[in-house]
Design a binder for this molecule. Structure first.
Ligand SMILES: *Cc1c(COP(=O)(O)O)cnc(C)c1O
Length: 414
């Protein structure tokens, strides 16, 4: 999106502000679909947790996407869009049997990631088909917090325990209809996918009624110029060929699934914040914006790089800034970063703010969550209003302390 348009939106709706461009979401969706066009049955399930505004979910539904969820609440959000429950997959980690049963009751595809719950669920509901999340023990992911497929990860059922899954199936009469993995976010190397896919094919061979194999996600997108990203087209060529071979061998055109979050929405989002103060210290020039890690936590939580540009003065002379927030705790967005000269009240643009930005925002410091705007076919729509003090106070019950004054000494005696 153009800087002038973004500055206009910030002026129109106030700052800080999240802005999402549906054209970019659609082109990423099509890019992935096209990369796997030689596969007969392909299904993308957008990972809702990346950005869960219901209008985003509705947009994906209209593209023909399914939705990938990790909580009962995400399932509820999805259902408000009118999507059929069978187009939702539920891939929780460490949730209770009762939550899984609640979701299954709605007709959503269940994906179970531990043997204990698998056995309990199979005993009670042998007629509900279940997908299993396999941990292929492959080290992947941009950093240790988002790498979830390695041997000591809490996610998935170990490939070494596949015999145990088969035993549970035999004992309960339940049906495994899908094999799933999700090895981590920010995978750089398509060989990781291919190695893991071979492992999943091996697992799938051991079950008779497989309808789909879900390869999860973790596609990396560029966060700055020259950044490496997952070569989706190359992955498409290589994985499609193997998948199609597998279908022939298995004797059935099963569905190839992915559940990308970041790949589909990261680049579509911009976060706009206004510079309150430019402060010089002996060593540093700080640009303090009207936001903090309450609104965009990734730099502080994951050391993530978010490209920052000055949307108000894009052609200004580059200078070095540390971009920091306004909350009372260290909330550094960028240190010693080259940015076009910043004046107070300029609008800074944080790139790649579509995934895991708004969805991880909090009310820390009792600040309001920012508004969200969707730009669709040249028009802008507020898809979430900025909060108000009522939102902060909502659900807080007040105690009338005047009624619970300490009792007088006499009363205590009595
Ligand atoms: C978070 C998550 C995804 C999406 O990961 P991205 O890196 O955003 O593509 C997919 N599947 C599962 C099970 C997840 O937990």
């Amino acid at each position: 999106m153009e800087n002038t348009q973004l500055v206009e939106l910030a002026n129109k709706y106030g700052s800080p502000l999240y802005v999402y461009d549906t054209d970019k979401i659609e082109s990423q969706y099509n890019r992935l679909t096209n990369a796997f066009s030689s596969v007969k049955n392909l299904k993308l399930n957008y990972a809702v947790k990346a950005l869960s505004n219901v209008n985003i979910l509705k947009f994906f539904k209209n593209l023909g996407s399914g939705l990938d969820t990790v909580s009962f609440q995400e399932v509820q959000l999805c259902l408000t869009t009118g999507i059929e429950p069978q187009n939702i997959i539920y891939t929780p980690n460490g949730v209770s049997l009762s939550e899984i049963e609640e979701v299954a009751k709605l007709g959503v595809q269940i994906n179970i990631d531990n043997l204990s719950i698998l056995e309990q669920f199979g005993q009670k509901h042998p007629n509900i088909p279940v997908c299993v999340r396999i941990n292929p023990h492959i080290m992947a992911g941009g950093n240790s917090k988002i790498s979830v497929g390695h041997i000591d990860s809490k996610f998935g059922i170990s490939i070494h325990q596949v015999p145990h899954i088969k035993r549970v199936v035999e004992n309960t009469g339940m049906n495994i209809n899908g094999i799933h993995m999700h090895t981590g976010s920010d995978i750089l190397d398509i060989d990781t996918f291919l190695r893991a896919s071979d492992i999943l094919f091996d697992v799938a061979r051991q079950f008779e009624n497989i309808d789909f194999i879900d390869f999860g996600s973790g596609f990396k997108v560029p966060y700055k110029e020259g950044d490496i990203s997952t070569d989706i087209e190359q992955l498409g060529v290589q994985l499609s060929a193997r998948f199609n071979e597998f279908c022939v061998e298995y004797g059935k055109d099963i569905t190839l699934m992915f559940e990308p979050g970041k790949f589909l929405v990261s680049e579509a989002g911009s976060f706009l914040a206004k510079v309150n103060v430019v402060k010089q210290t002996t060593s540093t020039v700080f640009a303090h914006v009207d936001s903090g890690f309450n609104h965009l936590v990734r730099p502080m939580m994951y050391d993530s790089y978010h490209h920052i540009t000055n949307a108000s003065n894009p052609n200004g002379r580059d200078r070095y800034y540390s971009v920091v927030g306004y909350i009372c705790e260290t909330d550094t967005f960028a240190s010693n970063r080259r940015i076009a000269e910043i004046s107070e009240e300029d609008i800074l643009r944080f790139h790649n703010a579509g995934a895991y930005c708004f969805s991880m925002a909090s009310n820390y410091n009792s600040r309001y969550l920012p508004a969200e705007v969707m730009v669709h076919k040249g028009k802008d729509y507020v898809i979430r209003k900025r909060q108000t003090i009522e939102d902060i106070l909502n659900n807080q019950e007040t105690i009338d302390f005047s009624e619970s004054k300490p009792a007088s000494k006499e009363k205590v005696k009595a």
